[in-house]
Design a protein around this ligand. Structure first.
Ligand SMILES: Nc1ncnc2c1ncn2[C@@H]1O[C@H](COP(=O)(O)OP(=O)(O)O)[C@@H](O)[C@H]1O
Ligand SMILES: [Mg+2]
Length: 248
């Protein structure tokens, strides 16, 4: 039987008068790809932020591998193996790709000089292997700022993999990426799931992408859970069509 690595139960979060999430429940099964969709402002990113401990929640429970994590801070949660990427990339544009990869590992919060003095061969090898995995090996010595936006997203993805997460939350991984590069990215996400065994929870606007990848999809609207089911269920759900898909 598949276990749920993440169990969100009755989570609510308000910002002043804005109820960004209201009584949200969802589960993320181990080893699967789960999708999260919904119109802009429906509360998707807020839910990610709540799960990874970026802000406290007002109500509800969030469990990771059965353990309550809703009172833990970001770093504590990251150490358990639950990581996220951002809607906007968070890379160091003046550093090259390899340097970005090395600095992505939390214990490496030191100066650049220290970093290369102590350049650990296993970490370096892993950095290069993952850059190869995302197709950036030939660009490993270029500054991250000189990469295209799509390549920066791939770098950010590789940086997250550097931490060997059990679960990775991806916030609109294909947004702003050239359509011709999207298939390559989908392939890598699927491989990270099937070959590295990383469970994925993905916020995605591109319906072709998410319908093609996810085992289960949840749809938010106005901060509430509107529907959930297989991609086929979701595509045929009249509430989802009215609130979201109709506009796509
Ligand atoms: N830090 C914040 N402060 C105030 N309001 C916020 C904050 N973050 C999100 N919101 C509000 O919460 C609602 C949900 O936003 P968000 O979770 O970013 O939606 P989505 O990712 O689905 O587009 C929006 O109305 C947004 O303006
Ligand atoms: Mg968002």
């Amino acid at each position: 039987m598949t276990q749920n690595v993440i169990e969100v139960n009755g989570v609510s979060k308000a910002f002043g008068g804005v109820q960004a999430n209201k009584d949200i429940s969802l589960t993320v099964p181990d080893g699967k790809i789960t999708g999260l969709i919904g119109p802009n402002g429906s509360g998707k990113t807020t839910l990610f932020n709540s799960i990874v401990g970026y802000h406290p929640i007002d109500e509800g429970s969030i469990r990771f591998e059965g353990r309550e994590i809703s009172k833990l801070r970001v770093q504590q949660i990251a150490r358990l193996g639950l990581l996220r990427t951002f809607q906007q990339t968070r890379i160091f544009k003046n550093m090259n790709c390899v340097e970005n990869m090395l600095i992505a590992v939390p214990h490496r919060k030191m100066t650049m000089l220290d970093m290369f003095d102590r350049a650990n061969p296993e970490e370096m090898e892993r950095a290069e292997m993952l850059l190869e995995f995302v197709g950036l090996y030939s660009k490993r010595k270029l500054t991250a700022g000189s990469l295209s936006f799509g390549q920066q997203k791939l770098l950010e993805f590789a940086m997250a993999l550097m931490n060997e997460p059990k679960v990775l939350l991806l916030d609109e991984p294909t947004a702003g990426i050239n359509p011709t590069l999207i298939n390559g990215l989908i392939d890598r996400l699927k491989k990270a799931n099937s070959e590295f065994g990383i469970t994925l929870l993905i916020i995605e606007h591109n319906m072709r992408v998410i319908m093609n990848m996810a085992d289960t999809i949840y749809c938010l609207a106005h901060g509430k859970m509107l529907a959930s089911g297989t991609p086929e269920d979701i595509q045929n759900d009249q509430r989802v069509i009215d609130a979201y898909l109709g506009a796509h």
